[in-house]
Design a binder for this molecule. Sequence first.
Ligand SMILES: [Mn+2]
Length: 233
Amino acid sequence: MRKFFMTDIHGDYLGLDLLLNHAEVDLNHDQMVFGGDMINRGENSAGVVKRIKALAEKYPNTVHALVGNHEEMMGDYMKHGDRTWLSHGGYETLQSFTTMFPDEKSRQEHMEWACALPLYFEDAEYVYTHAGLDPVESLVNQSRDILWMSEFDFYSIPRDKLLALTNGKAIVHGHTPVERIFHDGVRINCDMGSNTYSVVEERGLGIINLSEQIYYVFKPATNKIEQRRISRF
Ligand SMILES: [Mn+2]
Protein backbone atom coordinates (compact mmCIF):
# COMPACT_ATOMS: atom_id res chain seq x y z
CA MET A 1 0.00 0.00 0.00
CA ARG A 2 1.25 3.42 -0.99
CA LYS A 3 -0.04 6.67 0.53
CA PHE A 4 -1.15 9.55 -1.67
CA PHE A 5 -2.40 13.05 -0.92
CA MET A 6 -3.95 15.77 -3.05
CA THR A 7 -5.28 19.11 -1.85
CA ASP A 8 -6.65 22.48 -2.99
CA ILE A 9 -7.83 21.19 -6.35
CA HIS A 10 -10.10 24.24 -6.71
CA GLY A 11 -12.18 22.95 -9.60
CA ASP A 12 -9.35 21.56 -11.75
CA TYR A 13 -11.08 18.36 -12.83
CA LEU A 14 -8.63 17.71 -15.65
CA GLY A 15 -5.64 17.90 -13.29
CA LEU A 16 -7.31 15.58 -10.80
CA ASP A 17 -8.00 13.01 -13.50
CA LEU A 18 -4.56 13.24 -15.16
CA LEU A 19 -2.68 12.94 -11.87
CA LEU A 20 -4.64 9.94 -10.56
CA ASN A 21 -3.78 8.15 -13.81
CA HIS A 22 -0.20 9.38 -14.03
CA ALA A 23 0.64 8.25 -10.48
CA GLU A 24 -1.06 4.91 -11.22
CA VAL A 25 -3.03 5.09 -7.99
CA ASP A 26 -4.69 1.73 -7.36
CA LEU A 27 -7.47 2.35 -4.88
CA ASN A 28 -7.92 -1.33 -4.18
CA HIS A 29 -4.59 -1.10 -2.36
CA ASP A 30 -3.33 2.48 -2.21
CA GLN A 31 -4.58 5.10 0.23
CA MET A 32 -5.72 8.43 -1.22
CA VAL A 33 -6.49 11.41 1.03
CA PHE A 34 -8.02 14.63 -0.34
CA GLY A 35 -7.21 17.67 1.78
CA GLY A 36 -10.16 19.96 1.08
CA ASP A 37 -10.81 23.01 -1.12
CA MET A 38 -12.13 20.88 -3.96
CA ILE A 39 -14.24 23.82 -5.12
CA ASN A 40 -14.17 27.51 -6.20
CA ARG A 41 -11.99 29.42 -8.71
CA GLY A 42 -11.67 26.62 -11.29
CA GLU A 43 -14.30 25.84 -13.87
CA ASN A 44 -15.39 22.35 -12.81
CA SER A 45 -16.00 22.42 -9.06
CA ALA A 46 -19.03 20.15 -9.33
CA GLY A 47 -17.09 17.61 -11.41
CA VAL A 48 -14.35 17.44 -8.79
CA VAL A 49 -16.83 16.91 -5.95
CA LYS A 50 -18.77 14.32 -7.95
CA ARG A 51 -15.62 12.33 -8.72
CA ILE A 52 -14.22 12.42 -5.18
CA LYS A 53 -17.58 11.53 -3.62
CA ALA A 54 -17.92 8.60 -6.01
CA LEU A 55 -14.39 7.41 -5.18
CA ALA A 56 -14.96 7.77 -1.42
CA GLU A 57 -18.15 5.71 -1.70
CA LYS A 58 -16.63 3.06 -3.94
CA TYR A 59 -13.44 2.73 -1.86
CA PRO A 60 -14.46 3.61 1.72
CA ASN A 61 -11.41 1.88 3.18
CA THR A 62 -8.79 3.66 1.10
CA VAL A 63 -10.24 7.03 0.03
CA HIS A 64 -10.67 9.78 2.62
CA ALA A 65 -11.85 13.31 1.84
CA LEU A 66 -11.55 16.27 4.19
CA VAL A 67 -13.28 19.63 4.38
CA GLY A 68 -11.48 22.89 3.46
CA ASN A 69 -12.33 26.50 4.18
CA HIS A 70 -13.96 26.83 0.74
CA GLU A 71 -16.39 23.98 1.49
CA GLU A 72 -16.94 25.64 4.89
CA MET A 73 -17.97 28.87 3.14
CA MET A 74 -20.34 26.90 0.92
CA GLY A 75 -21.85 25.28 4.02
CA ASP A 76 -22.29 28.66 5.71
CA TYR A 77 -24.10 29.87 2.62
CA MET A 78 -26.35 26.79 2.48
CA LYS A 79 -27.11 26.72 6.19
CA HIS A 80 -27.21 30.40 7.14
CA GLY A 81 -27.35 32.30 3.85
CA ASP A 82 -23.87 33.76 4.53
CA ARG A 83 -22.93 35.41 1.21
CA THR A 84 -19.14 35.45 1.78
CA TRP A 85 -18.89 32.33 -0.36
CA LEU A 86 -20.41 34.01 -3.41
CA SER A 87 -17.59 36.56 -3.64
CA HIS A 88 -14.93 33.83 -3.30
CA GLY A 89 -15.95 31.95 -6.42
CA GLY A 90 -19.17 30.58 -4.98
CA TYR A 91 -21.32 32.13 -7.65
CA GLU A 92 -19.50 30.20 -10.40
CA THR A 93 -19.41 27.07 -8.24
CA LEU A 94 -23.16 27.27 -7.78
CA GLN A 95 -23.57 27.49 -11.56
CA SER A 96 -21.24 24.52 -11.99
CA PHE A 97 -23.39 22.46 -9.59
CA THR A 98 -26.60 23.54 -11.29
CA THR A 99 -25.26 22.47 -14.70
CA MET A 100 -23.83 19.16 -13.44
CA PHE A 101 -26.88 18.30 -11.33
CA PRO A 102 -30.09 19.70 -12.85
CA ASP A 103 -31.94 17.55 -10.33
CA GLU A 104 -32.06 19.50 -7.07
CA LYS A 105 -31.96 16.48 -4.80
CA SER A 106 -28.70 15.17 -6.17
CA ARG A 107 -27.25 18.70 -6.26
CA GLN A 108 -28.09 19.21 -2.57
CA GLU A 109 -26.71 15.79 -1.75
CA HIS A 110 -23.33 16.53 -3.32
CA MET A 111 -23.03 20.01 -1.83
CA GLU A 112 -24.01 18.82 1.64
CA TRP A 113 -21.61 15.89 1.42
CA ALA A 114 -18.68 18.24 0.69
CA CYS A 115 -19.49 20.52 3.65
CA ALA A 116 -19.97 17.69 6.13
CA LEU A 117 -16.54 16.08 5.64
CA PRO A 118 -14.26 15.67 8.67
CA LEU A 119 -11.58 18.17 9.75
CA TYR A 120 -8.78 15.62 9.81
CA PHE A 121 -7.81 12.04 9.06
CA GLU A 122 -5.11 10.06 10.76
CA ASP A 123 -3.18 6.90 9.90
CA ALA A 124 -0.22 5.21 11.58
CA GLU A 125 2.31 7.74 10.20
CA TYR A 126 0.52 10.98 9.36
CA VAL A 127 -2.25 13.35 10.36
CA TYR A 128 -3.96 15.03 7.39
CA THR A 129 -5.84 18.32 7.60
CA HIS A 130 -6.65 21.29 5.38
CA ALA A 131 -4.68 24.19 6.82
CA GLY A 132 -3.19 23.42 10.22
CA LEU A 133 -3.75 22.15 13.75
CA ASP A 134 -3.98 23.95 17.07
CA PRO A 135 -1.74 22.33 19.70
CA VAL A 136 -3.82 23.85 22.53
CA GLU A 137 -6.66 21.40 21.80
CA SER A 138 -6.49 17.65 21.38
CA LEU A 139 -7.03 16.26 17.90
CA VAL A 140 -10.66 15.32 18.53
CA ASN A 141 -11.41 18.76 20.00
CA GLN A 142 -10.00 20.92 17.19
CA SER A 143 -12.18 23.95 16.45
CA ARG A 144 -13.41 24.71 12.91
CA ASP A 145 -11.16 27.79 13.01
CA ILE A 146 -8.25 25.54 11.96
CA LEU A 147 -9.68 25.53 8.42
CA TRP A 148 -8.58 29.17 8.13
CA MET A 149 -5.22 28.96 9.91
CA SER A 150 -2.60 31.05 8.13
CA GLU A 151 0.71 29.56 7.11
CA PHE A 152 2.43 32.11 9.35
CA ASP A 153 0.46 31.03 12.42
CA PHE A 154 0.85 27.32 11.72
CA TYR A 155 4.59 27.57 11.04
CA SER A 156 5.10 29.70 14.17
CA ILE A 157 4.12 26.75 16.37
CA PRO A 158 7.18 24.95 17.80
CA ARG A 159 7.65 21.50 16.28
CA ASP A 160 7.70 19.71 19.64
CA LYS A 161 4.23 21.05 20.48
CA LEU A 162 2.80 19.73 17.22
CA LEU A 163 4.56 16.39 17.61
CA ALA A 164 3.10 16.10 21.13
CA LEU A 165 -0.36 16.75 19.67
CA THR A 166 0.00 14.16 16.89
CA ASN A 167 1.90 11.59 18.88
CA GLY A 168 5.00 12.08 16.74
CA LYS A 169 3.22 11.99 13.35
CA ALA A 170 3.91 14.51 10.59
CA ILE A 171 1.04 16.76 9.47
CA VAL A 172 0.16 16.72 5.78
CA HIS A 173 -1.80 19.80 4.70
CA GLY A 174 -2.55 22.47 2.11
CA HIS A 175 -4.30 25.86 2.11
CA THR A 176 -1.41 28.22 1.32
CA PRO A 177 0.23 27.82 -2.11
CA VAL A 178 3.92 26.89 -2.23
CA GLU A 179 6.35 26.52 -5.16
CA ARG A 180 8.05 23.44 -3.74
CA ILE A 181 7.01 20.83 -1.20
CA PHE A 182 9.08 20.67 1.99
CA HIS A 183 8.99 18.37 5.00
CA ASP A 184 10.24 20.43 7.94
CA GLY A 185 10.22 17.53 10.39
CA VAL A 186 6.55 17.90 11.27
CA ARG A 187 4.71 19.80 8.47
CA ILE A 188 4.32 19.07 4.75
CA ASN A 189 2.45 21.74 2.76
CA CYS A 190 1.14 20.24 -0.51
CA ASP A 191 -0.90 23.15 -1.99
CA MET A 192 0.69 24.05 -5.34
CA GLY A 193 -1.65 26.93 -6.13
CA SER A 194 -4.14 25.30 -8.50
CA ASN A 195 -6.39 28.02 -9.96
CA THR A 196 -5.10 30.28 -7.17
CA TYR A 197 -1.77 31.92 -8.06
CA SER A 198 -2.41 35.22 -9.86
CA VAL A 199 0.26 34.33 -12.43
CA VAL A 200 -1.31 31.59 -14.54
CA GLU A 201 2.05 29.94 -15.37
CA GLU A 202 2.71 29.38 -11.67
CA ARG A 203 -0.50 27.48 -11.03
CA GLY A 204 -0.04 23.79 -10.33
CA LEU A 205 -1.79 20.79 -8.88
CA GLY A 206 0.23 18.11 -7.11
CA ILE A 207 -0.30 14.49 -6.21
CA ILE A 208 2.01 13.53 -3.39
CA ASN A 209 3.30 9.99 -2.95
CA LEU A 210 4.22 10.03 0.73
CA SER A 211 5.51 6.47 0.70
CA GLU A 212 8.25 7.36 -1.80
CA GLN A 213 8.52 11.06 -0.83
CA ILE A 214 8.00 12.19 -4.42
CA TYR A 215 5.26 14.18 -6.11
CA TYR A 216 3.94 14.91 -9.57
CA VAL A 217 2.91 18.44 -10.38
CA PHE A 218 0.56 19.25 -13.25
CA LYS A 219 0.86 22.74 -14.74
CA PRO A 220 -2.23 23.60 -16.81
CA ALA A 221 -0.37 26.47 -18.53
CA THR A 222 2.02 24.03 -20.24
CA ASN A 223 -0.13 20.91 -19.91
CA LYS A 224 2.92 19.08 -18.50
CA ILE A 225 3.45 16.83 -15.51
CA GLU A 226 6.78 17.01 -13.73
CA GLN A 227 8.18 14.65 -11.10
CA ARG A 228 9.94 16.08 -8.05
CA ARG A 229 11.27 14.90 -4.72
CA ILE A 230 9.99 16.27 -1.40
CA SER A 231 12.79 18.32 0.15
CA ARG A 232 13.62 17.75 3.77
CA PHE A 233 15.38 20.08 6.18
MN1 LIG B 1 -7.85 26.72 1.67
